[in-house]
Design a protein around this ligand. Sequence first.
Ligand SMILES: NC(=O)c1ccc[n+]([C@@H]2O[C@H](COP(=O)([O-])OP(=O)(O)OC[C@H]3O[C@@H](n4cnc5c(N)ncnc54)[C@H](O)[C@@H]3O)[C@@H](O)[C@H]2O)c1
Length: 282
Amino acid sequence: MKTIAVIGTGTMGRGIAQVAALAGYEVVLYDVFEPALNTAVTLIEVSLDKGVMRGKLDPQEANLAKNRFHITHSLDDAARADLVIEAVPEDLKLKHDLFARLDAVAPRHTILASNTSSLSINSLAGSTHRGDRFLGMHFFNPPHLMQLVEIITCDDTSAATVELAQSFVEQLGKTAVFCKDTPAFIVNRVARPFYGEAFRMLGEGVADPATLDRLIKSVGFRMGPFELIDLIGCDINLAVTQSVYDAYFHDPKYRPHPIQRRMVESGRLGRKTGRGFYPYPE
Ligand SMILES: NC(=O)c1ccc[n+]([C@@H]2O[C@H](COP(=O)([O-])OP(=O)(O)OC[C@H]3O[C@@H](n4cnc5c(N)ncnc54)[C@H](O)[C@@H]3O)[C@@H](O)[C@H]2O)c1
């Protein structure tokens, strides 16, 4: 694989593009919202420059990576990559439509991958005619720091596709972990009570978000649930919670909390909108 395409250049798409370019891949970027493309390139460059300033990146490597990005305004162009990674919002219909369009124009050898946090890979693969070249490739936020990538197969994913995906992940310097197509896979499934219990305590007035975050960090977590939700995006967090709740036929232990919806409806999505559970004035 030489060229990868990233569809959706928001929080995750940008990060995946950055690590792929640093690993030597040519990276095609596509977003339906065109201003997001230029913003993505600027933010990736800022992130690479920060890496250089902190002594974590070689300046020459960073410059080479900057020249590996190719913006396109055509989905057909993006579909010509060897591997297409989708990172659009967590919405089943949106992803179904996108994969159906990609499948119709992508060459036969192209592998289609979804960065979904919780939607079924079999369901997404069903909108294409290439189940053998379809899989989930779930990166974590922020992709340039997080080591793990979940590789989720659907019933038809071929062994050759899994092998290519694994070697891609390893080429990025990351660790692949293999998952079955179960709701929220491994990490997000395990993480549900981490958020759910915190929301219940907040809703019952046990403590405010800062206190709950502080308490949870005091037992060894790197981030508290509310800081983490602000990083992830309240909208993404709600969509994932809702999708796990639906996937388990409304098992009450996965039920979303009204506070999650209130945050989304009020536009307080976290870092990306400048305010979530905490303010982000810059
Ligand atoms: N945010 C996280 O912490 C996180 C972590 C792991 C996985 N994910 C998953 O990654 C995916 C993307 O999440 P995100 O946080 O990057 O979302 P985001 O909202 O930050 O970015 C989504 C981008 O997709 C673009 N988009 C929307 N519709 C599109 C379309 N039809 N074609 C092309 N681009 C389109 C938007 O303009 C936006 O730039 C979701 O499936 C999410 O569950 C998110």
